[in-house]
Design a protein around this ligand. Structure first.
Ligand code: DGP
Length: 114
């Protein structure tokens, strides 16, 4: 996906502050942080939205979520609390159409979200 910003980050065509990477998953600092910890965790496979995920993506998406939990522990926000958010489609605020989970923490987070 030539135009996808997160594919470009994974391919090092765009700079980012990468905090974790393996063959399947990439995590990097959000460009516009909404909390002291705001990291995006993405599968390297280009899947536009959760609506496009298939059963064959089950293990991959599980790994993405477990990666987020590991980063939360590393950042020492796992006991104070954090939020993992996957905005899906425009009405929910999705602006980059490559599945990503926002890991937000380091401050108190209101509920319900806006
Ligand atoms: P969403 O609105 O849920 O699709 O979130 C997209 C997030 O991606 C948003 O918080 C800002 C972030 N973002 C967009 N472009 C870039 C970029 O080039 N680099 C980084 N690090 N983050 C980006």
């Amino acid at each position: 996906m030539d135009q996808c910003v997160f594919c470009k980050i994974a391919d090092r065509e765009l700079p980012s502050k990468i905090v974790f990477e393996n063959d399947r998953v990439l995590a990097f600092e959000d460009l516009n942080p909404q909390a002291p910890t705001h990291i995006l965790i993405v599968p390297k496979k280009h899947i536009p939205t959760l609506n496009d995920a298939t059963p064959e993506d089950e293990t991959l998406l599980g790994e993405v979520i477990l990666c987020a939990a590991t980063i939360a522990k590393d950042r020492r926000i796992s006991t104070s609390g954090y939020r993992l958010v996957a905005n899906t489609m425009g009405g929910a605020g999705q602006s980059v159409f490559h599945i990503h989970f926002h890991l937000l923490g380091g401050r108190s987070l209101a509920w319900p979200p806006g």
